[in-house]
Write a new protein. Structure first.
Length: 733
């Protein structure tokens, strides 16, 4: 069947007998009728935005008929090969959904930001404007993504898929969460399978590993006196702190011995292997982590993924991989390159117990930070500071704390620990230096109750330098459990005054479900740089907060903001606030109006078409696009404009009586009362009769859109109820 040209790309209309379709660079949309036998769709890399139009089986409320057979979509247009399976009997639902299902579509990895994760793959599946749900889980298979962390992003809701499916079969799985994200995941060889009941944006990635050193500054002073543990040139290592991001190319210095230090397995509960591997502490640090994998009897080679907590990087790294309950042995393999020479170390493990921890080589590095949920671990909280001789204590969590270089800073905190505190360190670094170049200061420890301690220390004046300092606390108890606080910043106030003004720019009419940039121009007219915080507020609530050094001159910060699809709110107030050294500068408030971009109206209920306006009558979004279709070949469209002009019909007074395909641009331009509209029409003889009307001006008024029978018989009210006029609105700016 010949493809029919539409407004956005080219469609192929398939009959009820067609079972397989392959799209190409000139055909990006598949249109099905009231019944379909479609079982397979192939999407090559040349198709950027593939669409499956199920309008023929979707009712006026946005609910589809149950699929009569399983549909498999094989996509090569995403960063990794992707397969989507919609099971036989699946019903797809979405409020006012028009039936268009966006098939897997690649998105930039930069479009998704996940704290602590390096995103490797992002794709969109579903409808960019409407939340779609499925009665039976959809099965997504992502090639070569086994072991990766997986996320669903729906508007501003961004959740990791943490549930491991108890089956990869959509009819057998029973542990998909009932709340967002309604999805689970499971590894299958080198592939990652996601079972989901929601169509959305899906992404995978690996934990971003940050570098630290692992030497400890020696101090022989007594615990009761807070002495400096090193000088400004000394360095130490934090359990979880970091400098640069590890890329993971697996490179080590020549002559360095790669080792496996520890292997932990569990074949009864978690079904996982954990591997600690790297180099000795006295060896050069690894510029990137080695690669690790395991070989098992049941699954062959399984790639191991980096674990989230990496307290011993950049010398040693933790990995984990899945293990089957029936495996009686496995081989752990770690690989790297010294120049062009491959370095491989491996260890064969017999599975003799349900779970076991095996020390392969002794680990001599600094004790790692304990898991926060470990009952033996100390817990640090309520960290405060005061300046110089002041008696006023401030929370370290406050935004934009600052001091001058002539004031010492006194730090206090509280610790809960089941055993005595052996050592408490206050670690300090300049904010422009790597955290690994910290200075360690011993803190006083005072026992309050059975498990409570108060710790205190002082950052002396000679350690305070422009533009500011970063500090944190590290505590070790008698159980040799280590915990670190968060990291806090105090900027150093310069001699010059703060002179800043803000310009806030954001679109003022935005469709719900869209992502827009809130752009703030910071004009720093001061004599030098300012350390400060820029906050973006939506209706007084924090959207984003960015603390940094702002150089003199002009710079722009753009913060993405997602308008929730389901939010009933129609107007928001946006404002940005800049804080620096106690000064607060606010931008003007910008009011943003929102609207629903698509609307579907049964022809039987069509009255007057209007743009979306605010309470003052100003246009928020203009009516930009009208579209309707029918699969009933016994009917024909008749479209009458508000001024009585026949736009589409089979009589002589109508402007368009036949298909516009073949005309320049495949449309015809018509002038209606000084307004130019563009009309595309398939012709009444087409198996899927359809038309669209667009204009740069609002399409408004009492349009008369009818379906008439070709033989002159009566058209039932049910047909008019089922046939919808789809209206698309576009914002005014």
């Amino acid at each position: 069947m010949m493809p029919i040209s539409l407004e956005t790309g080219t469609s192929v209309i398939i009959d009820s007998q067609t079972s397989t379709v392959t799209l190409d660079s000139t055909t990006n949309k598949i249109v099905v009728g009231n019944t379909t036998s479609l079982t397979a769709i192939s999407v090559p890399s040349t198709v950027s935005t593939p669409i499956l139009d199920l309008d023929g089986i979707v009712n006026s409320t946005g609910v589809s008929d149950a699929l009569s057979q399983t549909l498999t979509i094989s996509s090569s247009n995403t960063a990794v090969a992707t397969t989507v399976e919609l099971a036989n009997g699946t019903i797809i639902s979405g409020t006012n959904w028009d039936g268009e299902l966006t098939l897997p579509t690649a998105k930039s990895t930069g479009s998704i930001t996940i704290s602590g994760v390096t995103t490797s793959f992002v794709m969109e599946f579903g409808d960019p404007d409407i939340t779609l749900t499925f009665s039976t889980p959809v099965k997504l298979t992502l090639n070569d993504q086994a072991g990766k962390r997986a996320y669903i992003t729906e508007g501003s809701n961004q959740n990791e898929i943490t549930t491991t499916c108890n089956s990869s079969n959509v009819t057998s799985v029973s542990n998909i969460p009932t709340s967002f994200p309604q999805a689970c995941k499971i590894n299958s060889g080198n592939n990652l399978i996601i079972l989901t009941k929601t169509a959305s944006t899906f992404s995978t990635g690996s934990t971003t590993v940050t570098t630290t050193t692992t030497t400890t500054t020696e101090d022989t002073s007594s615990q009761s006196s807070p002495n400096r543990g090193g000088n400004r040139g000394s360095s130490g290592g934090g359990g979880g702190g970091g400098g640069g991001t590890i890329s993971g190319s697996g490179i080590i210095a020549e002559g360095t011995q790669l080792k496996i230090y520890e292997i932990e397995y569990d074949v009864c509960t978690d079904y996982k292997v954990k591997i600690l591997a790297g180099v000795d502490n006295e060896d050069p640090e690894l510029p990137s982590h080695p690669d690790a994998k395991i070989r098992t009897p049941s699954n062959g080679i399984v790639q191991a993924s980096l674990m989230e907590d990496q307290p011993l990087a950049p010398s040693k790294y933790y990995y984990e991989a899945g293990l089957s309950s029936g495996d009686t042995f496995f081989v752990a393999i770690v690989e790297a390159f010294a120049g062009r020479v491959p370095i491989v170390t491996q260890s064969s493990i017999n599975v003799n117990e349900c779970e076991e921890i095996l020390v392969i080589n002794k680990d001599t590095t600094e004790s790692r930070v304990s898991d926060a949920s470990d009952p033996k671990s100390p817990r640090i909280y309520d960290i405060k500071f005061r300046l110089g001789d002041s008696t006023i204590e401030r929370s370290s969590l406050d935004t934009n704390n600052f001091a001058d270089s002539e004031q010492s800073i006194h730090i206090t905190g509280n610790v809960n620990s089941p055993t005595d505190i052996e050592r408490a360190e206050l670690r300090v670094s300049n904010i422009e230096q790597p955290e690994s170049e910290y200075i360690a200061l011993l803190m006083n420890s005072k026992h309050l109750t059975s498990n409570s301690y108060e710790i205190s220390g002082e950052i002396t004046k000679d350690l305070i330098s422009e533009p500011g300092i970063k500090y944190w606390i590290r505590v070790t108890n008698a159980d040799e459990k280590v915990q670190e606080s968060g990291k806090f910043t105090i900027s150093t106030q310069p001699a010059y005054e703060v002179d800043v003004n803000l310009d806030l720019n954001v679109k003022q009419n935005i469709a719900k479900g869209k992502i827009v940039n809130v752009s703030t121009v910071i004009n720093n007219n001061s004599e030098g740089p300012l350390f400060g915080t820029l906050q973006v507020l939506v209706d007084g609530k924090m959207l984003s907060e960015k603390t940094k050094l702002f150089e003199t001159g002009q710079q722009t910060i753009k913060i993405p903001w997602t308008i929730e699809k389901q939010d009933s709110k129609l107007e928001y107030e946006i404002q940005t606030i800049f804080q620096s050294y106690g000064e607060i500068i606010k931008s003007d408030t910008v009011k943003v109006k929102t609207f629903t971009a698509k609307k579907a109206i049964p022809l039987s209920e069509l009255t007057e078409i209007q743009s979306i306006t605010d309470e003052n009558g100003s246009i928020v979004a203009r009516t930009a696009y009208l579209y309707s279709s029918t699969y009933d070949t016994s009917l024909k469209f008749r479209v009458i404009a508000p001024d009585g002009t026949c736009v589409i019909g089979d009589t002589a007074e109508c402007f368009i009586t036949d298909s516009t395909t073949g005309k320049r641009g495949n449309f015809e331009s018509i002038v209606l009362d000084e307004q130019i509209i563009r009309v595309r029409y398939s012709g009444s003889d087409n198996p899927v009769q359809r038309f669209s009307i667009t204009s740069v001006d609002p399409i408004e008024g009492k349009w008369d859109i009818k379906l008439e029978s070709k033989d002159g018989s009566h058209v039932s009210e049910d047909i008019l109820n089922e046939t919808k006029l789809k209206i698309t609105f576009r914002g005014g700016n």
